[in-house]
Design a binder for this molecule. Structure first.
Ligand SMILES: Nc1ncnc2c1ncn2[C@@H]1O[C@H](COP(=O)(O)OP(=O)(O)O)[C@@H](O)[C@H]1O
Ligand SMILES: [Mg+2]
Length: 319
């Protein structure tokens, strides 16, 4: 049975289309839903976890319909929302025990001990959560979510607000859960984290999925190398051969793709100078999912793909 399947799943808030005809099929994998703030990630998760009624379309979790079989769906899943959901006046163990009681878990103490151990919280289990770090609180939320042994785990921005080490640890745990056969549906606006840890990702832009693939396959779409340029001025002619403009990350920072970065940097530099464009810096690096997002969004805004004409118009508009 496919863990998650959506068919034209759609949500309107009044006139605003927050999620636009989502078609996804998610297997036993870490599936990342990526996109900037406001792109529809949380709305999608709320519908899939039966907490929000879709406007249109449908979805099945382990074969159960999210609207007509919501009770069955809830038995299969767990959901860790973005906002903190632990009681800081209780110990870690007491927090998890409450969940275990709520779910009517048999041999409760054993189950609680097991998930605390899984999340590396055994040593601090009897301390008040008030004394926990942000990363420990997040892991406690994961422990709670695991106590009834869900088949599908939904995590909404699990690493938001955590430091680098704590983030890494959360992703280590997520990968361990996947290796035990769990399906993990995780949202994030940190593209780099998804790149390292997700088996596949869907990229959302204003409610619409604009790409679904493995991070490596998506990166391969934008070529071998990225050249990032800080410039001032407007080129008159077409870009040199073998150099494609992906878009503008921020005013004055142009992002190009090419298959031969080190070869094309001097070409691009001389060409820009010859066009009367002041070059403040040029650098080559490997493509990231941010570059993929930029190229897809730029292409979508343009309708035909990003060309030199559009580039000049953009620079002109900016003055
Ligand atoms: N309850 C709501 N009522 C009206 N608009 C909402 C509501 N929740 C979210 N939105 C809007 O829907 C869009 C998607 O929001 P959300 O799903 O929270 O995105 P994300 O999680 O990717 O940041 C945003 O434009 C947001 O302002
Ligand atoms: Mg959100």
């Amino acid at each position: 049975m496919t863990p998650i399947e959506t068919l034209g799943l759609t949500k309107y808030y009044g006139d605003l289309c927050a999620v636009d005809h989502l078609d996804l099929s998610v297997g036993n994998e870490i599936f990342g839903l990526l996109g900037p703030n406001g792109s529809g990630k949380t709305t999608t998760v709320l519908m899939l976890t039966t907490l929000l009624q879709p406007t249109e379309g449908s979805a099945r979790i382990c074969g159960y319909d999210i609207c007509r079989q919501a009770r069955e769906v809830r038995k299969q899943i767990s959901y860790v929302p973005q906002e903190m959901a632990v009681d800081i006046k209780l110990t870690g163990r007491e927090n998890v025990a409450l969940f275990a009681k709520l779910y009517g878990i048999p041999r409760r103490d054993e189950a609680v001990g097991r998930v605390l151990e899984m999340m590396d919280l055994s040593e601090r289990a009897d301390d008040l959560v008030r004394t926990y770090s942000g990363g420990m609180r997040r892991r406690l939320e994961l422990a709670q979510a695991l106590v009834h042994e869900p088949k599908v785990l939904f995590l909404d921005e699990p690493t938001i607000g955590l430091d680098v080490a704590a983030r890494r640890k959360i992703w280590d745990h997520i990968r361990t859960l996947r290796s035990r056969g769990m399906t993990i549906f995780v949202t994030t606006h940190y593209m780099d984290e998804a790149d390292h840890s997700c088996d596949r990702v869907a990229i959302l832009d204003r409610g619409l999925v604009i790409a679904v693939d493995s991070p490596a396959a998506l990166r391969a779409r934008v070529g071998n190398d990225i050249i990032s340029a800080r410039v001032r001025g407007v080129p008159r002619d077409s870009f040199p051969e073998g150099i494609t403009l992906l878009g503008e990350r921020e005013p004055g920072e142009m992002v190009f793709s090419t298959d031969h970065g080190s070869e094309k940097v001097p070409v691009l530099f001389h060409w820009l100078e010859s066009q009367g464009v002041a070059v403040q810096s040029l650098s080559v690096r490997e493509p990231t999912l941010d570059d993929v997002f930029l190229s897809l969004v730029t292409a979508r805004e343009d309708g035909y793909g990003f060309d030199d004409h559009k580039f000049r118009m953009m620079l002109r508009r900016r003055g």
